[in-house]
Design a protein around this ligand. Structure first.
Ligand code: GAL
Length: 689
């Protein structure tokens, strides 16, 4: 066992492979954050870890105690507590069942016993989470039940997975593997250590936390500019304007060149959009069409199979990073493009035209197709993130695939799937594995669904309206066919106003969220977290997959269309309803009615919530005017993070903190740091006793 950093240990078993998530990482450990964490030990002895090399690869067995809950494995949309489940971690864009397939399968899990484990493999490893007992093995289930059920689901539900068991990890092809163990003491500390090991969480530019709108895939320049103007005239808060495939002269595979028929003067368009204070984001994928200017040069550094007639770049190679990254820098980033949407870098097996290459593909770096499927998303993100780092401008971008050690990458995951409950579970689960996820809004079946979905994106890492299939904003017409025909809702103005108010709510929370992201950056605390992370000792939280914490103090309990109310659990302590200021006693369940315009939000007692006068978008001059809501009567404080909002200068210490405090003697603001940036003015304090 090797000491890596405070509370992080590495165990090497057998002969590990050369190509793994840790070997492919580009950034170092965020050591300072680790020093701030409490000391802790592993709850089990490493002698209890089993290892075997087999003809099929290798197997690791890790102890699992009675009652331990297990979480993580990346963006799992269909299950929460993984104990008793088997997950084969395979990158795939259209999981059909709860098998482990995911846009972002991460071989990291964490436990309510207060530790985390990273199995450093880019293989499609299978995790058996306490599902099996060895012959005469680790010890039998303590509560074995002999009961016979009345039907199959009851029958099998009775066979519980309690008691001392093991997590067995079956890794194909590899003859060894490195394990990284992350100590607690609590589950949140293990996750923090994992995120800090990954370089610390990403700090998006402030504009990235605003509202995103992706336009119709077939829109042309005139339509794009018209829509942008209409958004400003309608005073819809919006920071990012995203172009979809139609901007490429060839989209599948990608030419990375403007379609001059649709977009005759892209430079002018980008500068007009920038002039309206929109950041422009471009859709693309990695599969490189022969008409792309760097295609021929990249051929020797690409896989032996093509996708949609395009090369699959081996982004682990410096040559590709230079060619692909260099081109993007010159042609787009230096011309004002603020980010990219990296599509299709997962893979699909189940459709007629798969964006996929076989697992037996060979890449020039030595990776095979299986490894590349799992690594492509993070390697692609690194390549473009490096470009932004080099020009000292932060991005928040999108990517449809990710994997381990990705916390520092400023990319938000999304999906073509659309089940709203699964999308909310995605917000809850992504926080266990260093991922950000947007439950994006597209067209809807009803206005009610639109409002409920907008609420859940407002309370997620990225407030994204992805209108790629519809020419008009969904608040003018939710229905796809009618939207295409330009038929608007009778009450379009009313629906637009409801969405505007929700986006304004988002904008009022930006300083609070930015502060949450600074804690992600420096301390590894996920800005969106399952309740079990903050309240591990409260057993009721261990199964809650539809409520979560946003930042330090806000509990969010989204509602799905069709529900007029819901059951909400409030953990110990007292809570205030954000809307009514009514006080609730925690440690119990409530059945609450929920008016359409109110997503249930609860604020912890004895906390400060800085709320800004909502701006429509972020500019270089933005300075937020804050009203600080003071919940409860005990002394409390809140620290805001202040910098230029866009560059990496904070890495050199160019930032300030604003400590807001309230105690018996009144209110105070303590400004620390020498950065000239002034982003916040405290305009008032509201007492909510
Ligand atoms: C999909 C992607 C959508 C949209 C579309 C455009 O793969 O998930 O969000 O970008 O491509 O063709």
């Amino acid at each position: 066992m090797e000491f890596i950093a405070p509370g992080i240990y590495k165990i090497s078993l057998g002969i590990p492979e050369n190509i793994t998530p840790v070997s492919l990482r580009r950034n170092g450990i965020e050591a300072k954050g680790l020093e701030r964490l409490p000391e802790a030990e592993l709850p089990f002895s490493v002698e209890k870890i089993g290892f075997q090399v087999t003809a099929r690869g290798c197997t690791v067995e890790l102890p699992l105690a009675n009652e331990e809950g297990l979480y993580g494995f990346g963006l799992q949309l269909k299950s929460f507590n993984q104990r008793g489940l088997k997950k084969v971690l395979r990158t795939n864009s259209d999981p059909v069942a709860d098998t482990g397939d995911s846009h972002a399968p991460v071989p990291f899990y964490c436990s309510t016993a207060g530790y985390g484990v990273l199995v450093d493999t880019a293989r499609n490893a299978a995790f058996y989470c306490g599902t099996h007992d060895r012959q005469g093995g680790i010890s039998k289930s303590s509560e074995e039940s002999n009961a016979i059920g009345a039907n199959p689901s009851e029958l099998y539900a009775m066979r519980e997975h309690k008691g001392q068991r093991a997590v067995a990890v079956d890794i194909p092809a590899a003859k060894g593997v490195d394990l990284y163990l992350f100590c607690g003491p609590n589950i949140i500390h293990a996750v923090q250590r994992y995120n800090l090991f990954s370089g610390g969480g990403c700090l998006p530019p402030m504009w990235g936390l605003g509202v995103w709108y992706r336009i119709w895939g077939k829109a042309n320049q005139a339509q794009a500019e018209e829509l942008a103007l209409a958004m400003r005239q309608a005073k819809m808060p919006c920071d990012v304007f995203g172009l979809e495939p139609g901007w490429h002269s060839h989209s599948y595979s990608c030419s990375y060149q403007w379609n001059k028929e649709r977009f005759p003067d892209p430079d002018k368009m980008v500068s007009r959009l920038n002039g309206l204070d929109f950041k422009v984001n471009l859709w693309e994928h990695a599969f490189t069409h022969p008409s792309a200017p760097f295609h021929d040069d990249m051929k020797p550094y690409s896989g032996d199979y093509e996708v949609w007639g395009g090369l699959v770049p081996d982004f682990s190679m410096v040559e590709v990073q230079n060619l692909f990254g260099g081109y993007h820098k010159e042609q787009f980033v230096q011309k004002g493009i603020a980010g990219f949407k990296l599509d299709e870098c997962d893979s699909s097996d189940y459709c007629s035209s798969p964006w996929s290459f076989p697992d037996c593909s060979i890449f020039p770096s030595g990776m095979d197709g299986e490894q590349m499927h799992n690594a492509l998303g993070t390697l692609y993100q690194h390549t473009l993130q490096d470009v932004f780092h080099r020009v000292n401008r932060r991005t928040l971008s999108q990517c449809r695939s990710s994997h381990a050690i990705a916390a520092s990458l400023p990319f938000v995951l999304y999906s073509d799937l659309y089940d709203h409950k699964d999308f909310i579970r995605g917000v809850v689960n992504s926080g266990f594995s260093g991922l950000l996820w947007s439950p994006e809004v597209r067209q809807c079946n009803s206005v009610e669904e639109l409002i409920r979905r907008v609420q859940s994106v407002v309370f997620s890492a990225q407030t994204l309206v992805n209108a790629w299939m519809i020419p008009n904003p969904p608040w003018l017409q939710v229905d796809l066919d009618k939207n295409m025909n330009g038929e608007f809702l009778d009450n379009a103005a009313e629906v637009e106003a409801m969405c505007r108010r929700l986006f304004q709510l988002r904008m009022s929370l930006l300083p609070y969220l930015y502060s949450a992201f600074s804690e992600y950056r420096f301390d590894g605390i996920p800005p969106f977290r399952a309740l079990v992370m903050d309240y591990p000792e409260d057993l009721a939280t261990h199964g809650i997959d539809d409520e979560y914490m946003m930042g330090r103090h806000i509990l969010v309990a989204p509602v799905i269309a069709g529900e007029t109310g819901r059951r909400i659990y409030l953990p110990k302590g007292n809570w205030y309803c954000y809307w009514t200021n009514e006080r609730y006693t925690g440690g119990q369940w409530y059945q609450l009615n929920v008016p359409l315009e109110q997503i249930p939000l609860f604020v912890q007692e004895n906390s400060l919530l800085p709320l800004a006068n909502p701006v429509e978008c972020i500019t270089d001059e933005t300075c937020f005017s804050l009203y600080v809501r003071c919940y409860g009567t005990e002394p409390c404080d809140f620290t805001l993070f202040e910098d230029d909002m866009t560059t990496y200068d904070y890495e050199q210490g160019s930032y300030n903190t604003l400590r807001l405090a309230r105690d018996g003697s009144g209110y105070s603001v303590t400004h620390m740091g020498n950065d000239p940036a002034r982003r916040y003015e405290v305009a008032g304090w509201d007492m909510i006793p």
